[in-house]
Design a protein around this ligand. Structure first.
Ligand SMILES: [Zn+2]
Length: 302
C-alpha cells in the first residue's frame, strides 16, 4: 500500500469551521457544517480501513476532477494491477430502506439516492479514463461506514458495502494480483495533475471583518481560548494549553482563509485575535514566522 495523494480535510469544512468561530451561523448553515463534519469523520474511517491494505496498491484520496465542464469528487481511489477501484463514502446514521429505486429514512422521508451520484461519478471517471487511454476497468462501490447504519431491501448486484462486510471486502482486495509497474504510477501522476483546487465555496457567504467575533479558538475542541500567564493560551473547555505564538499563527491562517486578499498587519492581527496578545508580541511573531513586505508606513506580512 502506498499513499500517493494523502487525505486532507475538505477546504469547505475548514472554511465553515472558521466562519462558525467568528460568526453566528444560521440554522441551515449549521446543518451544512454538521454534514461536512460527518462526511469528514466518514472519510477518516474509510482511510483507516484502506491504510491497512497489505497488497501493492496506489491510493489517492480526495480527487476533484473535471470532464466536459462537469466537476466531481472522488473520496478515495485505488490503483491495482488489473483494475481501478474508486470509493464513495457515506456516513449516514440510522435505518434506511430502498423501494422501487427510491431511498427512504426510517421516518419514511425520501432521501437523495446516493447510488445516482455513484453512477454519475463512475461514468465521468470512465470518460476520463477513455480520453487518457487508461485501459484498466473501473469499479465504484458505495461504502457506508457508520456503525449505526442499516439498509434494508438492497437490490441484488448493487455495489454497496455495509460495515459488517468491510473486513471481508478488505481481505478480497488484499488477495487481488497486484504487481505494479511504471504505467500504474503514471496513471496516479496523471490523476493528481488533473486534480482541481476549488475555492468558490466562500462566494455564497456575506461577511465583513468589522462584523465578526474576534478571538482565538481551540484547535482540538473549538472552545474559545483565554490568556494563560505570560506566554500561554488556555482552552477552558478541554484544558489544553498552548503557546501564544501557535494560537496567533493558527488565527492568522483562519484570517487568510476568510479574507484571502486582506493584507496582514500587526494592528489587524491584534484585533482579529481579540487582543489576547499585545501588539509587541504579535509583531515579534509576524517578523519571525512571516515575510515582511511594504515600506515604512505600510508594513504587511505574507
Ligand atoms: Zn479545547
Amino acid at each position: 500500500m502506498m499513499i500517493v495523494k494523502p487525505r486532507s480535510p475538505a477546504p469547505q469544512l475548514t472554511f465553515m469551521e472558521c466562519l462558525n468561530n467568528h460568526l453566528d451561523l444560521s440554522l441551515k448553515e449549521k446543518q451544512y457544517l454538521e454534514n461536512l463534519r460527518k462526511g469528514e469523520v466518514g472519510e477518516r474511517a474509510w482511510e483507516k480501513q484502506l491504510n491497512t491494505l497489505s497488497a501493492e496498491v496506489l491510493i489517492l484520496y480526495d480527487l476533484t476532477l473535471e470532464i466536459n465542464h462537469t466537476l466531481f469528487q472522488i473520496d478515495a481511489l485505488c490503483i491495482f494491477q488489473n483494475e481501478i477501484i474508486a470509493f464513495e463514502v457515506k456516513n449516514y446514521q440510522g435505518e434506511f430502506h430502498i423501494k422501487n429505486n427510491l431511498w427512504y429514512s426510517s421516518s419514511l422521508n425520501e432521501i437523495k439516492n446516493p447510488l445516482l451520484q455513484v453512477r454519475r461519478n463512475e461514468s465521468l471517471l470512465r470518460q476520463i479514463a477513455k480520453r487518457h487511454k487508461i485501459r484498466l476497468p473501473i469499479k465504484y462501490p458505495l461504502i457506508f461506514v457508520h456503525p449505526e447504519f442499516m439498509l434494508y431491501e438492497i437490490p441484488p448486484n448493487e455495489n454497496i458495502i455495509l460495515i459488517p462486510q468491510i473486513r471481508r471486502f478488505i481481505e478480497t482486495l488484499n488477495k487481488k494480483p497486484s504487481i505494479l509497474n511504471k504505467s500504474h504510477h503514471q496513471i496516479a501522476e496523471m490523476l493528481i495533475s488533473m486534480n482541481i483546487q476549488r475555492d468558490d465555496y466562500s462566494l455564497k457567504f456575506n461577511y465583513c471583518f468589522e462584523g465578526m467575533r474576534k478571538g482565538i479558538w481551540c484547535n482540538k475542541c473549538n472552545g474559545k481560548i483565554v490568556r494563560w500567564g505570560k506566554s500561554n493560551l488556555f482552552c477552558e473547555q478541554c484544558q489544553t494549553e498552548e503557546s501564544i505564538a501557535t494560537g496567533v499563527l493558527r488565527s492568522i491562517q483562519n484570517l487568510k482563509i476568510l479574507f484571502p486578499s486582506q493584507k496582514i498587519s500587526t494592528a489587524l492581527v491584534h484585533e482579529w485575535c481579540g487582543e489576547l496578545a499585545s501588539k509587541i508580541t504579535i509583531q515579534r511573531i509576524l517578523k519571525r514566522d512571516l515575510n515582511k513586505m511594504g515600506g515604512s508606513k505600510n508594513i504587511y506580512y505574507v
